[in-house]
Ligand binder design. Structure first.
Ligand SMILES: [Zn+2]
Length: 230
């Protein structure tokens, strides 16, 4: 993906710092510009209507075909004021098609995105650019992640609603056996994190748990999924 203003290869975050962003456009307009520029086959208005409304593609379908996250698709649907399908509707339409899907694929690309090349690449970019390994470590971002107004403007829902929505969409796309496998995957991932960060002795203080929550978004999704009954 590259910057629509200056053309360098960049993540979406770059736009806010891009020297050519002289008009100080609002973040949501920058984000829309970036997405339409890089994925016009999905995010031009007509194409989004075609895929999401006419073809009835679900968020998981879009994720598979275009490698675009649920949150990003939701953002663009909101941006264009295209009504999102209710969860039960989305579940019905994706359930038919989802037989051929694969948990590993979902897991690696979506919820357990930490193991992907993109994740590591992004981390290196963050590190060299801002001296931090994670967007959540940037003070400005930390302010925003707790600011519901920011999320309301961007996604039309609060941060916790957005997380819950995403987690539920993913969870509902899984069937019985896959749910079990997914929970196992989460547990094993969680153990690895504990081993790595705390030498296998998780400290159950709120402080540490809070810090862990901030380390990446996928953990939030996992956390909410754990609250669901199997
Ligand atoms: Zn730029």
């Amino acid at each position: 993906m590259n910057c629509p203003l200056c053309g360098i290869e960049s993540t979406q975050n770059h736009l806010r710092y891009c020297k050519k962003n002289i008009n100080e456009l609002p973040i949501k307009d920058l984000k829309k510009m970036y997405l339409v520029h890089n994925v016009p086959e999905l995010f031009e208005y007509d194409n989004l209507i075609e895929n999401y409304i006419n073809k009835q593609m679900s968020l998981p379908d879009i994720k598979r075909e275009f490698n675009i996250s649920y949150a990003t698709t939701l953002f663009m649907l909101n941006y264009y004021n295209i009504p999102t399908r209710s969860r039960s509707e989305a579940f019905k339409s994706c359930n038919k098609k989802r037989k051929q899907t694969n948990l590993q694929k979902y897991g690696a690309e979506n919820v357990l995105g930490k193991d992907t090349i993109i994740y590591h690449k992004r981390n290196e970019t963050m590190k060299s650019k801002y001296g931090v390994y994670n967007a959540f470590q940037i003070p400005e971002v930390i302010g925003k992640i707790n600011d519901d107004n920011y999320y309301l403007e961007k996604y039309g829902m609060t941060l916790s609603e957005l997380r819950k929505e995403n987690a539920l969409k993913f969870w509902e796309s899984l069937e019985g056996e896959e749910r079990k496998k997914f929970i196992e995957l989460c547990n094993s991932n969680r153990r690895k994190t504990f081993d790595k960060n705390y030498g296998g002795h998780p400290l159950q203080t709120e402080d540490i748990q809070d810090k862990m929550k901030l380390t990446n978004l996928s953990k939030y999704e996992v956390e909410y999924i754990f609250k669901e009954k199997i």
